[in-house]
Design a protein around this ligand. Structure first.
Ligand code: MN
Ligand code: MN
Length: 296
């Protein structure tokens, strides 16, 4: 336990690909941290197991990216472990995520959070916004997540981007790849957010519009087609490919990305065990396009 009330433990999966294990509060330019929370998951839970699974399979990846021609070994990069979270109390869990986010945004240039379900993004976005009033949020997702409430709950992975829009302003929420939602979500998205459904093709144009504004990236991995990423709790047919997602991430190189999350990987939903490897590769590529990267 630290003075700020944030408790982390090393993941059962070890450390992420070549990362330096970090003591509590120890700085690094880029930090990965696990948020094993799936307390509001509506269909198939299991994303609490994602951080350990991603770390475990990451050992099978090269630290060098052939596409980026960059190597994680050239990055001052640490693994903070997994946040310990109270079970059965989403509000307390989100508050703990917020405290960790405050610490990491203050001690590193690029925190990368591994969920957990998508609701964990809410305190992360709130923490980023406190530091960057002109923050824009990029959401890659199969689902709009714009419901005002879901089964009577205002805090859910089905409402998370509606709550985030209330924090950052819906005109600063850029939604890509959405292919599922209710009519109320479609109407809200079309009217209020930067709404780019069905593909990631609009990413370069939106990044051009945003210029050098600080960006927070929230990747709900169910944006991927279930054929290439079955390990998720609410799979939605008709998604983008891993190649599409990697291409979109490449456009983030040299942009002002202040933080990111990868959420909704549910390892038990993929008995073949391929989905954690996809998530690990996405994590590596994200670290390698982050502004902290200083290739020698
Ligand atoms: Mn989703
Ligand atoms: Mn989502």
């Amino acid at each position: 336990m630290t003075s700020s009330g944030v408790r982390l433990s090393m993941s059962r999966g070890g450390v992420f690909l070549g990362a330096r294990p970090l003591a509590p509060g120890e700085p690094a330019a880029a930090v990965i941290a696990g948020l094993p929370f799936d307390g509001t998951c509506s269909f198939r839970p299991g994303s609490r197991f994602a951080p350990a699974a991603v770390r475990d399979v990451s050992a099978g990846l090269e630290s060098f990216s052939l596409a980026r021609e960059r190597d994680l070994e050239d990055l001052d990069f640490g693994d903070a472990g997994d946040l310990e979270l109270p079970f059965g109390n989403p509000a307390a869990a989100l508050a703990a995520v917020g405290r960790l986010a405050d610490r990491l945004f203050d001690t590193c240039a690029f925190p990368l959070f591994i969920g957990g379900e998508h609701l964990v993004s809410l305190p992360l976005i709130a923490a980023a916004r406190r530091r960057h009033p002109d923050l824009a949020v990029l959401q890659f997702d199969a689902h709009a997540d714009l419901r005002d409430e879901y089964l009577g709950e205002r805090l859910s992975h089905a409402t998370v981007m509606r709550r985030a829009a209330e924090i950052v302003g819906p005109e600063n929420l850029c939604q890509f790849g959405i292919r599922s939602g209710a009519r109320e979500e479609l109407e809200y998205g079309r009217r209020h957010t930067r709404w780019h459904p069905f593909s990631l093709a609009a990413v370069p144009a939106v990044l051009s519009e945003l210029g050098d504004r600080p960006l927070y990236l929230s990747v709900d991995l169910d944006v991927l087609d279930p054929g290439c990423f079955p390990g998720t709790g609410t799979p939605e047919p008709g998604g983008v490919s891993v190649v599409d997602l990697l291409a979109a991430l490449a456009h983030l190189a040299d942009r002002r990305v202040v933080g990111a999350d990868l959420v909704e990987l549910s390892p038990p939903c993929d008995p073949a065990g391929f989905s954690p490897l996809v998530a690990a590769k996405i994590a590596r590529e994200l670290l390698l396009v982050s502004p902290t990267f200083t290739a020698s």
